[in-house]
Design a protein around this ligand. Structure first.
Ligand SMILES: *[C@@H]1O[C@H](CO)[C@@H](O)[C@H](O)[C@H]1NC(C)=O
Ligand SMILES: *[C@@H]1O[C@H](CO)[C@@H](O)[C@H](O)[C@H]1NC(C)=O
Ligand SMILES: *[C@@H]1O[C@H](CO)[C@@H](O)[C@H](O)[C@H]1NC(C)=O
Ligand SMILES: *[C@@H]1O[C@H](CO)[C@@H](O)[C@H](O)[C@H]1NC(C)=O
Ligand SMILES: *[C@@H]1O[C@H](CO)[C@@H](O)[C@H](O)[C@H]1NC(C)=O
Ligand SMILES: *[C@@H]1O[C@H](CO)[C@@H](O)[C@H](O)[C@H]1NC(C)=O
Length: 512
């Protein structure tokens, strides 16, 4: 069965592909000065200190403690809660211009609603001050998969409209306390994948699903809940954006947006039905959120295929959601070839996957013939799509990176190739008019991956999770990114080219 979440799993399998570099030579100076380059993490994945200083559990604590991540959890993770000063120094050494991180809702408001935890407030103030005083822009996400367990228990989390009020109250605490220093706010990370993995296949928290989509869940309805949760997420996002715009933006001068996961989908063949299927897949993946945000309603194809399973916006809600963003953010890792499979529309019980009516066989074949692809030009196509389908809104690439196994090898040349190719493709897109404003490599550190725990690695810095000091060690990719970033101000003959001999760079500069 094809589903985005299964596709995502495929993505994690190391597949050898030919990587075509976008632009071969470029430097930081080829990008506009106010374009921002950074790297990212999220709260549960790096902070640790899960049971310290009054933090309440999130749905991710419950999930990982139930053994579902083969025993891995975020109790300690990279211990950034205690090591944030060293990490900010490492960011300075690397040359990062911005750091993307998330706030743990249940560290700030342990029960999801009610009193604010002063120690939580202190921690985020400290981190933000440390970044600001070192000239690194904080880009903050409010919800990175880890909402408070208390709200799941109380009313079923995103399945309830009550979430709109509680999420808005939480955001208010963040804007009031941190908004003088934080200018970039993202309400939700990867909203579209969060609902797919959490409410359709149910293999990630909050683990809602129903057969045949998923069989391991104690509750759920895969035919309806992904759509219901999305509806509430859009309303909550819009409510938070309105709060920011009405109460804070005039004084704080910041920006607010939402983040989506985005594959670039290509038709497997030039047959009309496959071309339409690829476009439909984009409507289900991106249009599901972007159409309401830009145009005020769900895509027509979703309304037609889903009927009453798709919640409807009232006029009031539609107006609230439409235009409720200053930027859209995308997590981009690769592209996929899509084949039509309209026979899925005849299934008795349909989930999001069946509703998309795209083919599985094609995907499996794709993988065996390496058509599942991380060639960088997919990023350029995706940005061109946003330009044409959504009027070229301001965009941030919030995640882009390459997986490897988590091991002590610091020579991650495939990751360097990947980053070089994708930053080059981004430059091509900018030169062709894309309104992209920033790029965040994923991830700054080797961290607790939400797929793969500590077996997976995307980091610029390696951490041996058995090392009591959790020492950060630069990989080749850290040197490469740092070299790229630090040529800011260097003349055009200071081009960065990926040289096979980059490994000869001194590691000494980075050793802590
Ligand atoms: C269901 O749970 C079993 C046992 O934990 C596991 O082996 C299987 O992969 C799970 N299936 C899905 C679809 O998550
Ligand atoms: C899911 O909800 C739909 C619509 O309310 C209903 O027809 C269907 O029986 C439900 N499925 C499950 C597994 O509860
Ligand atoms: C589809 O048509 C274009 C233009 O003719 C061609 O470049 C491309 O290779 C074709 N794709 C496939 C999968 O046949
Ligand atoms: C360690 O990771 C590198 C990529 O960083 C990979 O090429 C290598 O195969 C891995 N080694 C082991 C033993 O898993
Ligand atoms: C460049 O932009 C134009 C106008 O949007 C578009 O027609 C063209 O396909 C774009 N080129 C690439 C390579 O994306
Ligand atoms: C690395 O490659 C560059 C360009 O080919 C060359 O100028 C330089 O001498 C090489 N450095 C080492 C240490 O081999």
């Amino acid at each position: 069965m094809l589903s985005l979440s299964h596709i995502f799993l495929f993505l994690l399998v190391n597949i050898s592909v030919v990587e075509v570099l976008g632009v071969d030579k470029f430097s930081r100076d080829d990008f506009p000065p106010d374009f921002v380059f950074g790297s990212g993490t999220s709260a549960y994945q790096v902070e640790g200190a899960a049971n310290e200083d009054g933090r309440g559990p999130s749905i991710w604590d419950s999930f990982s403690h139930s053994g579902k991540m083969h025993g891995d959890d975020g109790d300690i993770a990279c211990d950034q809660y205690h090591k944030y000063k060293d990490d900010v120094q490492l960011m300075v050494d690397t040359g990062l211009e911005a750091y993307r991180f998330s706030i743990s809702w249940s560290r700030l408001i342990p029960n999801g609603r009610g009193p604010v935890n002063p120690k939580g407030l202190q921690y985020y103030n400290n981190l933000i001050n440390e970044l600001s005083s070192n000239g690194i822009q904080p880009h903050v996400t409010l919800h990175h998969s880890d909402f408070p367990q208390a709200l799941e228990d109380k009313y079923g989390g995103w399945l309830s409209r009550e979430m709109v009020k509680d999420f808005t109250a939480y955001a208010d605490v963040c804007f009031r306390n941190f908004g003088d220093r934080v200018l970039h706010w993202t309400t939700m990370n990867e909203a579209n994948i969060f609902v797919k993995a959490g409410y359709e296949s149910g293999f990630l928290p909050p683990e809602h699903c129903s057969p045949p989509s998923g069989t391991n869940c104690s509750r759920g309805n895969s035919s309806t809940e992904p759509y219901l949760a999305t509806h509430h997420i859009l309303l909550a996002h819009a409510s938070v954006a309105r709060l920011y715009k009405e109460k804070y933006q005039d004084q704080q001068h910041g920006f607010i947006g939402i983040d989506l996961f985005a594959f670039w989908f290509l038709p497997l063949t030039n047959k009309t039905e496959d071309v339409i299927a690829a476009r439909r897949a984009m409507d289900f993946q991106i249009g599901w959120y972007a159409d309401p945000l830009v145009y005020g309603d769900y895509p027509d194809v979703m309304k037609k295929y889903l009927g009453s399973r798709l919640p409807a916006f009232t006029n009031f809600e539609s107006n609230l959601v439409k235009g409720s963003f200053d930027f859209l953010a995308l997590n981009y890792y690769g592209m996929l070839y899509i084949k039509d499979d309209s026979s899925k529309l005849n299934m008795e019980v349909r989930d999001l996957d069946a509703d998309m009516a795209i083919g599985l066989t094609a995907i499996q074949n794709d993988i065996s013939v390496n058509k599942f692809s991380i060639e960088p030009w997919g990023l350029q196509e995706l940005l061109e799509y946003f330009k044409q389908a959504y009027g070229n809104p301001p965009i941030y690439i919030h995640e882009n990176g390459k997986r490897s196994l988590h091991n002590s090898s610091l020579e991650d040349e495939p990751r360097v190739n990947y980053l070089h190719g994708h930053i080059g493709a981004l430059l091509n897109a900018l030169r062709n008019g894309s309104n992209t404003r920033g790029y965040f490599q994923w991830s700054f550190l080797d961290l607790f991956e939400l797929l793969g725990g500590y077996e997976s690695s995307y980091g610029l810095y390696y951490i041996d999770m058995d090392d009591p000091d959790l020492k950060r060690q630069p990989k080749l990719s850290a040197h490469w990114y740092s070299h790229f970033l630090k040529t800011k101000g260097v003349s055009s003959d200071g081009f960065i080219k990926l040289e096979k001999n980059l490994t000869s760079f001194s590691h000494a500069h980075f050793s802590q």
